[in-house]
Design a protein around this ligand. Structure first.
Ligand code: HEM
Length: 318
């Protein structure tokens, strides 16, 4: 009896320790995470993204950027999707810039109708990103799932962790390094700028003051991005094939037609020149490295101790 009670005490103690650790220890993500709990999930997300991209091809780009901005701020935890004054949406890199939230909301509504309180907003964003990229011509990959949503946003981390368009190569390598991503991952992920649009305010200084820029390209961009005013006027990130996910981002860089200072930093006589050349001639290599780096970025976990849940509405904690 004494032996039994001491063993059950040990088991109870062990259970308590495991429960406490449970908050900090992250389960491994798996592509099969919702295979039985929400078998229609991939179809629902794919259909939602297909409709959104058909309405507006740019939406593939906008959703892809949301995933990047979510994952770099306390991991891929859906924290970017929360509304409010202390939200990440209101942080410098996102305010009047991040877009596409209503597409995630619409998909979430469909997912909730099919599998209530089961699939995290963070996982919906990861899947929607993969489908958007693929729908506009990019590679596909199997998305590890099982992320949970944070209950809070991290506005100051959003201001600190996301690189700006004036960043140097050293800064880009350091900021991606802080997230566990190496220079090769950084250069592959930057290929995301083969789709989407930018506001004039982010590339104005480059097209008027920089010298490592193709003259015809600079003049072309100046037509819709004046020296003053027109801050929100849009230009394609990829001047060659604006809405197609291909390797033209890298062929543009070879011709000094990168839109942002930070883009051209990848091909400006530095450590990434050789890899940019490789991606410019080998689209299959780019696609493979991009998909691998997306999975790696998608595996960035929230800090230990982050309180998480499966949010019912992506804009508010439960
Ligand atoms: C390397 C550092 C990066 C910098 C400095 C940067 C900066 C920017 C800026 C300034 C914009 C324009 C936003 C606007 O006009 O509102 C933009 C757009 C975009 N970025 Fe990045 N970005 C970087 C990396 C990435 C990565 C890693 C991804 C995804 C994997 C990404 C995906 C996109 C996409 C798809 C757009 C277009 C969004 C749209 O059309 O709505 N970027 N980026």
């Amino acid at each position: 009896m004494a032996a039994f009670s001491s063993r059950s005490t040990t088991l109870i103690a062990l259970a308590v320790v495991l429960a406490v650790l449970g908050g900090a220890v992250e389960a491994q993500l798996s592509p099969n995470f919702y295979a039985t709990s929400c078998p229609n999930l991939p179809t629902i997300v794919r259909q939602g993204m297909a409709a959104a991209v058909q309405r507006e091809p740019r939406m593939a780009a906008s959703i892809l950027r949301l995933f990047f901005h979510d994952c770099f701020v306390n991991g891929c935890d859906g924290s970017l999707l929360l509304d409010g004054t202390n939200s990440e949406k209101a942080a410098g890199p996102n305010a009047n810039s991040a877009r596409g939230f209503e597409v995630i909301d619409a998909i979430k509504t469909q997912v909730e109708a099919s599998c209530r309180a089961t699939v995290s907003c963070a996982d919906i964003l990861a899947l929607a990103t993969r489908d958007g990229v693929n729908l506009v011509g990019g590679p596909t990959w199997s998305v590890p799932l099982g992320r949970r949503d944070s209950r809070a946003a991290f506005q100051s981390l959003a201001n600190a962790n996301l690189p700006g368009p004036g960043s140097s190569l050293a800064t880009l390598i350091r900021m991606f390094g802080n997230q566990g991503l190496n220079a090769r991952d950084m250069t592959a992920l930057s290929g995301a700028h083969t789709i989407g649009r930018s506001q004039c305010r982010f590339f104005r200084s480059r097209i008027y003051t920089e010298t490592n820029i193709n003259g015809t390209f600079a003049t072309q961009r100046q037509q819709t991005c004046p020296r003053s005013g027109g801050d929100t006027n849009l230009a394609p990130l990829d001047v060659t094939t604006a809405d197609a996910f291909d390797n033209a981002y890298y062929t543009n860089l070879l011709q000094q037609r990168g839109l942002f200072h930070s883009d051209q930093e990848l091909f400006n006589g530095g450590s990434q020149d050789a890899l940019v050349r490789t991606y410019s001639t080998n689209p299959a290599q780019f696609n493979a490295d991009f998909a691998a780096a997306m999975i790696k970025m998608g595996n960035i976990m929230p800090a230990a101790g982050t309180i998480t849940e499966v949010r019912l509405n992506c804009r508010t904690p439960n």
